[in-house]
Design a protein. Structure first.
Length: 86
C-alpha cells in the first residue's frame, strides 16, 4: 500500500469548515462583481437613483459578509500550511 492510500479519507470537521470559509472568502469578490453588473442590464426601470442605491446596497452587503466570514476564520498554524502542499 502506498502512503497516499493510508491517509484518512475524511477531514476533521473544524479544518473542513475552515477550508470552506476560506473558499467562500475567495469567491466573495467574484459574486460582488456579478451583482454590481446587474444595473447594466436594467432597461430604464427607475433610472440612475435606483441603480446607485442598488450598488451601495450590494457594497454594504459585501462588507457585512466579509466581516462575518473573517470573524469565523481561525488563523492558520505555520506547521499546518506545509502539510497542504503534499
Amino acid at each position: 500500500m502506498s502512503a497516499r492510500s493510508e491517509k484518512a479519507v475524511f477531514l476533521a470537521r473544524a479544518s473542513y469548515r475552515q477550508r470552506r470559509l476560506r473558499d467562500a472568502m475567495k469567491v466573495l469578490p467574484v459574486v460582488g462583481v456579478i451583482l454590481w453588473l446587474f444595473p447594466l442590464l436594467w432597461q430604464g426601470e427607475g433610472g440612475t437613483a435606483v441603480a446607485v442605491q442598488y450598488v451601495f446596497g450590494v457594497w454594504v452587503l459585501l462588507i457585512a459578509l466579509a466581516a462575518f466570514l473573517s470573524a469565523k476564520l481561525v488563523p492558520e498554524a505555520v506547521g499546518e500550511a506545509s502539510e497542504d502542499t503534499d
